[in-house]
Design a protein around this ligand. Structure first.
Ligand code: ATP
Length: 690
């Protein structure tokens, strides 16, 4: 570049710098005028918030409360950390917060909290029009001239000196265009307070024509697309701020009783359930119970909620249903003695004694099917009398068991119970049954404002009855989330058997898949295309479902090998080829525990860091996750490797229906594993298994 050229570039830079300084000066003057007009307390607090406005935050001071003549909102602050509804208190007496009450000196001032919450709800409703979740809106009470840190429910209580650093430390949720769009929208909904001398916010200053209708102030589609893109390009642990309108409606909805959200894989059911948990925690002072069947999932979901909405995270309890039930029995002083191993042993003895020489062996000589029959059909559905079992419709069990078979199953069940009781142990079903009896015997002592069950299709009928007993038919009390197509355990039930009615608007379906690339979802649906399934609400649905796709890239890679050793080398080569940076967002998923152990060792020996899904808690870890298909329920990864994914051919049960049922369950499990993949799905197979 010639000398003259470089001087002209410097001159242009200087001019640009000068322009920026002028703009900053004008903005500072505007803000200064607003603060002069504000009350002394607001001025002091606004001065503290300067550090935020200098970093891309937008401050709306002294705004009118829509729908009222004279009520005002002290401040609305919009920044990377979200939306903050700020109420400034300039009290003579020192503020205090104890035992759920706000005080000024000795006087209770709880009404002030109520007012702030009411205006926060208005702000939530306003930003919902942009698809923004209520978790991104936080009420803050700031005490001018004080140093203070506390909280009452979802309201943060901060002193003048604490507020700036506290809000600055919030995790970034909004991009700069997002901040502008949200602030412009709020400026319209909460206009400048008429009786104040404060100048109006001029949206035009942010590049939008003054007087334009509210909808034109931002590009809603653009905002949603950007949010989807951010979610896709970010790490898997990415929490979300913007939801699809259909999802947001479910998060904020008022249900008059129990409700159900279903939808195919990857349609955001868990995202909705987590936002709903946070929303309900914001609206109530009670606790929210969030349960799943799998024991590893609650840890991951707890991490997600903590990231998404730390203010309410402590009031949402994440538990596997069985862990929760055991603690519940402890709290209520009900003796119990869960011992899975000894209970299994009791069944083996019963089988040796009664089962293997009975008519059951001619249908299926291996005890597994009959163990499931007792576990998921008889005890799982709370059947205690043979007459009930004799005529029971066995959902998701294809074999038509005639009376002699049912009598034989019942004899096996009774023998199992005898041995188990003699040994003084309980199985998992007993724990749920004891908890249900206790919850029914002493209702009204439940500390839960709401209960949310994720992956509900995997629970048993007794489990669902137990959750229902905790909240009954209270409005917004019970939310059941799940997808019958992803049932990975045998047997099933209908919600109506539990006395739960989710007809009409209380049963909602999500339809847009946000997770899987088209090719991946296509491959997964091909596996279950012919398997129509019965959902827990009683509807029969075809396996090949209509799904809208939000994402179109991705690929399916297939590797068919001649020997297991060649296959394992191919897996390692595929992992290495994709490269170390991809490993933290990769998972190797296996059909059984035994195979999981095999692939863990394989990766270890090859020097590829691995982390068991049993230990994974949703926080980023620099290792490939390894676990069984069942352990992968509810999770997702950018790259999923399914080694030796085709079930081996071998001698199966004599009964065709039982063989067909087993094969169908295996396909459902494979479908779940395949739909965990966002971008790449690697399918390994050994030719002997094809
Ligand atoms: N509105 C949205 N915008 C962008 N991404 C979304 C949206 N909703 C959900 N997602 C993303 O889609 C993926 C699937 O969401 P989620 O796990 O909640 O689906 P799901 O229906 O529970 O899936 P599954 O039943 O297969 O476990 C997640 O990565 C989530 O972040």
């Amino acid at each position: 570049m010639v000398a003259g050229g470089s001087a002209s570039v410097r001159a242009q830079e200087a001019r640009r710098h000068e322009r920026e300084l002028r703009e900053q000066l004008l903005a500072a003057q505007r803000e200064a005028r607003r603060w002069e007009a504000a009350s002394e307390g607001e001025r002091k607090v606004a001065a503290q918030l300067l550090m935020l406005t200098g970093r891309g935050w937008r401050l709306l001071v002294d705004r009118r409360w829509p729908g009222t003549r004279s009520a005002n909102v002290d401040m609305l602050l919009v920044g990377p950390g979200g939306v903050f509804v700020i109420d400034v208190k300039n009290w003579q007496a020192p503020p205090g917060a104890a035992e759920g009450h706000l005080t000024a000196g000795r006087q209770r001032r709880d009404g002030e909290i109520g007012k702030l919450l009411a205006v926060t709800r208005l702000a939530e409703a306003a930003v919902a029009a942009l698809g923004m979740s209520p978790v991104a809106v936080q009420p803050v009470m700031v005490f001018a001239g004080r140093s203070f840190t506390g909280e009452l429910g979802r309201v943060r209580l901060l002193g003048e000196r604490e507020v700036g650093p506290a809000l600055l430390a919030e995790r970034a949720r909004l991009t700069p265009p997002g901040v502008r769009a949200v602030a412009d929208h709020l400026a319209q909904v909460f206009p400048a307070y008429e009786s104040s001398a404060l100048p109006e916010e001029h949206p035009g200053a942010h590049g939008v024509a003054p007087g334009a209708p509210a909808e034109a102030l931002f590009d809603l589609d653009g905002l949603c697309e950007a949010a989807v893109e951010a979610a896709r390009s970010g790490p898997i642990e990415q929490w979300m701020t913007f939801l699809h309108p259909a999802q947001l409606a479910l998060v904020r909805r008022n249900w008059s009783g129990p409700a159900r959200v279903s939808g195919p894989a990857g349609t955001g059911k868990t995202v909705v359930a987590l936002h709903r948990a946070a929303h309900l925690a914001q609206r109530t002072t009670g606790r929210i119970l969030y349960v799943t069947f799998a024991s590893n999932l609650p840890r991951v979901q707890r991490t997600f909620l903590r990231t998404m909405s730390p203010a309410v995270a402590d009031r949402v309890e994440f538990r596997s249903l069985h862990a929760w039930a055991q603690r519940f029995l402890d709290e209520r002083g009900i003796p119990h003695n869960l011992h899975g191993g000894k209970a299994e042993d009791a069944f083996s003895r019963a089988w040796l004694h009664l089962g293997r020489h009975s008519v059951l062996a001619s249908l299926d000589p291996s005890p597994g099917y009959w163990h499931e029959e007792i576990d998921r059909v008889i005890k799982g559905r709370g059947i205690t009398r043979f007459e009930e079992y004799a005529t029971l419709r066995r959902h998701r069990r294809r074999t038509n068991l005639r009376r002699p078979h049912r009598e034989a199953v019942w004899a096996l069940y009774e023998e199992y119970e005898r041995v188990r009781i003699r040994r003084g142990v309980h199985d998992f079903n007993d724990i749920l049954a004891l908890a249900l009896a206790e919850a029914r015997a002493r209702p009204g002592r439940s500390p839960y404002a709401a209960v949310i069950a994720d992956e509900v299709q995997d629970l048993t009928l007794v489990g669902v009855r137990l959750l229902h007993a905790l909240v009954g038919d209270a409005p917004n009390g019970l939310l059941l989330v799940g997808d019958g197509q992803q049932a990975v355990y045998p047997g099933g039930f209908r919600l109506s058997d539990a006395g739960i009615d989710v007809r009409g608007d209380r049963g909602q379906i999500l339809r847009t898949n946000y997770r899987n690339a088209r090719e991946i979802l296509g491959a997964a649906l091909a596996v279950v295309a012919d398997d129509a399934f019965d959902d827990i609400d009683g509807t029969r649905t075809a396996g090949l479902r209509e799904v809208d796709l939000a994402y179109h890239g991705g690929q399916v890679l297939r590797s068919v090998c001649r020997t297991p050793a060649e296959h394992d080398r191919a897996l390692l080569a595929a992992l290495r080829e994709r490269g170390e940076p991809t490993w933290p967002d990769s998972a190797v998923l296996c059909r059984s525990r035994r195979e999981t152990a095999h692939y863990q060792h394989l990766l270890e020996r090859a020097g590829i860091p691995q982390c068991s899904l049993d230990r994974y808690d949703g926080r980023p870890v620099a290792a490939v996750k390894v676990g069984s298909y069942r352990r992968a329920k509810g999770l997702e990864f950018a790259h999923v490797y399914l080694p030796d994914h085709a079930p081996p051919l071998g001698p199966g049960p004599a009964d065709e229906d039982i063989a067909g049922e087993r094969a169908e369950l295996e396909r459902a499990q494979l479908f779940v594993a395949m739909t965990r993949a966002r971008d790449t799905l690697w399918l390994g197979a050994v030719r002997r298994t094809l």
